[in-house]
Design a protein around this ligand. Structure first.
Ligand code: AVJ
Ligand code: FE
Length: 436
């Protein structure tokens, strides 16, 4: 019957925009006025900035650039341009207050729904397949993850709640999987809402390599700490060694040692570090140092994507490790359904063709690769999404965390950050070269 008909593009766009706004409300409505306007870390904006910035990007792309309307409130536009004001400066700006920001975002959204009903989703690159609506839903979800990071950094009592992961758990027998040498298709030219940096599809070659079946766990990472990993310069890239010396770092962010055990603070609650869970809140330097200590290395970005998408039986690259179907609750820990990763070895239904687990969801995974354009890259629709960040200073993360919504997560999705960053929901898995 009609209930089983897959949603059309217009409906998909409306659902994605609404899901993002429900999540935004959940991240801001339970927060006090004072905590919405405060800056909880110099790395982050006040939550009230993200809230109005979400509305302002939506107005810019959908109401001004697509529909050709005039700015609703020209005086506020410069306040919410991420390139005009670095995060540390944002609390001093004359920002909209919480209620004004909510009203503004809601006003924009009402007009956007009118536009979505009346606009053909074809004819221009921005409108084809509803691209710009999908891009704006992804933008809001990305800021929702950013706001969740702010929640994690915020001192004080918890305001968020979610059920514990109840994922199917069936630890794989082998700790690593051999990926055969040969070509595969990286990136996409077919995924309608893929962002510019995921395009175009192109062929890459890799050698044979072994990759961890699941992300590195807290228990494994604790062995590195206990073995003096943070006191041994030979494991560390020079800037990483400098960072841990300067800041006295000896464990992942939010960890502390008490009574002979590791505790961590997670969204306002202190708890023992769970050994079977993927390690979280490590920098690229910490991931790189652990891998070297373990006699291994981080996977390159193409090795990660080949493990996640290449089906040796068909030679095709799939959208996700499990195939082309959308993520489901038994395949991946996405969408802030839980406020933590699931145990390493969960989600057997989400395994890749070769049996690699938890590539999608749980923790973002650092790769060894710099964030660079694919051959044939074209900035679209704005240079400031990806192009201005290309270069050796940013490292690529793959796979998405528990805080990523499925609209902004697929086998081709690329995230990036500075290698010193640890407040993000970052973990990793390791690799090593395969035999001849
Ligand atoms: C892709 C997560 C690095 O948050 O800086 C949000 C996403 N771009 N608004 C970021 C983004 C513009 C971006 N990351
Ligand atoms: Fe943004």
């Amino acid at each position: 019957g009609p209930a089983e008909r897959p949603p059309g593009l217009r409906e998909r766009a409306a659902l994605a925009l609404t899901a993002a706004r429900v999540r935004t409300a959940g991240l801001t409505d339970p927060v006090s006025e004072q905590d919405l306007v405060a800056q909880h870390s110099p790395l982050m904006s006040p939550l009230v900035w993200d809230l109005a910035h979400i509305g302002n990007m939506e107005e810019l792309w959908l109401l001004r650039n697509v529909a050709g309307r005039a700015s609703l409130h020209p005086e506020i536009d410069p306040l919410y341009d991420a390139f005009e004001h670095p995060r540390a400066e944002r609390p001093k700006l004359p920002l909209l207050g919480p209620d004004e920001a909510r009203r503004y975002a809601a006003e924009v959204r009402g007009r956007v729904f009118d536009l979505l009903e009346r606009t053909p989703l074809e004819g221009t690159a921005l409108l084809d397949s509803g691209y710009v609506f999908g891009m704006i839903a992804q933008h809001e979800q990305q800021h929702d993850e950013t706001m969740l990071i702010t929640h994690q950094l915020r001192p004080g009592a918890p305001v968020l709640a979610a059920p514990e992961p109840d994922a199917p758990y069936d630890p794989p027998a082998a700790p690593e999987v051999l990926v055969p040498a040969g070509p595969f298709t990286m990136g996409t030219s077919a995924e309608p809402w893929a962002l510019d940096n995921e395009r175009p599809a192109h062929i890459r070659e890799t050698g044979a390599y072994w990759i961890d079946t699941a992300p590195v766990t807290n228990a494994a990472y604790e062995e590195f700490i206990a073995d003096g990993g943070y006191r041994e310069p030979r494991w560390w890239a020079a800037p990483g060694w400098e960072q841990i010396r300067t800041h006295g770092i000896g464990a992942p962010l939010f960890w502390r040692r008490e009574g002979g055990q590791w505790l961590r603070r997670r969204f306002g609650v202190t708890e023992p570090v769970p050994g079977e869970e993927p390690v979280l809140h490590v920098s690229w330097y910490e991931a790189d140092a652990y891998a070297r200590w373990a006699g291994r290395r981080l996977p390159t970005e193409e090795e990660w994507e080949k493990a996640a998408r290449h089906d040796p039986a068909t030679g095709r690259s799939t959208r996700y490790p499990w195939g082309d179907g959308d993520p489901t609750a038994d395949r991946a820990n996405l969408g802030q359904r839980h406020l933590r990763p699931a145990r390493a070895g969960s989600y057997p239904a989400g395994a890749s063709a070769l049996g690699v687990r938890q590539l999608i969801g749980d923790v973002w995974e650092w790769t060894s690769s710099d964030f660079l354009p694919y051959p044939g890259f074209r900035p679209f629709p704005y240079r400031e999404y990806s192009e201005v960040f290309f270069g050796p200073e940013h490292k690529v993360l793959r796979g998405g965390s528990f805080a990523v919504d499925q609209v902004a997560c697929r086998g081709t999705f690329r995230n990036w950050d500075l290698p010193v960053r640890r407040q993000i929901f970052s973990g990793f898995r390791t690799a090593r070269d395969g035999g001849a």
